[in-house]
Design a protein around this ligand. Structure first.
Ligand SMILES: CC(C)(COP(=O)(O)OP(=O)(O)OC[C@H]1O[C@@H](n2cnc3c(N)ncnc32)[C@H](O)[C@@H]1OP(=O)(O)O)[C@@H](O)C(=O)NCCC(=O)NCCS
Length: 151
């Protein structure tokens, strides 16, 4: 079923359990409770959640940094039972709109080369490959560097 009504808001310490649960469905995920706790403290880090309306349940999360005129998308994830309903699409579109509002020069991210789902998502939104970091991840997989620019 496509995503109907939703709201995106800043995450807080009260969301920690939900953030950890959503990230926990990602077999390759490196975001732990400690990571979220740390991100929630950093002045340049933005942790956001997508909630279904009117249910109020957080089903997606987004973590990004705003540094030196650029945005780095660190992590986007959707609860396993709500995938392929447009949750990540809504979150990343929201980020791209923020990038335009902030006048960001670009939005960058890195993704596992074999993460076909995430790569399809980013490609659909206009991200382009700008580089590869060989054997970047612990398991030896390459990271693909992607960029999005407003114009
Ligand atoms: C990648 C991820 C965030 C996608 O979330 P999602 O909410 O299911 O994605 P959406 O429903 O918004 O998908 C939008 C589009 O992206 C593409 N896409 C998303 N997941 C896909 C998949 N598994 N396979 C192929 N294409 C996929 C499709 O084009 C999709 O549109 P469609 O459903 O109309 O075909 C989710 O699978 C996830 O949480 N994975 C674990 C965490 C992760 O890998 N994060 C990215 C690394 S930073």
């Amino acid at each position: 079923m496509p995503l109907a009504r939703f709201a995106i808001r800043n995450g807080t310490a009260a969301d920690l359990d939900r953030l950890v649960a959503i990230a926990g469905a990602d077999a390759h995920g490196s975001f732990t409770r400690a990571t979220f706790e740390s991100e929630l403290q950093l002045s340049w880090s933005h942790v956001e959640v997508l909630e279904l309306v009117p249910e109020g349940a957080a089903v997606g999360l987004l973590v990004w940094w705003w540094v030196a005129g650029e945005i780095e998308l660190l992590y986007v994830a959707t609860d396993a039972s709500h995938r392929r309903q447009g949750v990540a699409l809504a979150l990343v579109r929201h980020l791209l709109a923020r990038a335009v509002e902030l006048g960001a020069l670009r939005v960058m991210l890195e993704v596992r080369h074999d993460n076909a789902g995430a790569r399809a998502l980013y490609e659909r939104l206009g991200f382009v490959v700008v580089g590869v970091r060989p054997r970047y991840y612990r398991g030896g997989e390459d990271a693909v560097l992607l960029d999005w620019r407003a114009c």
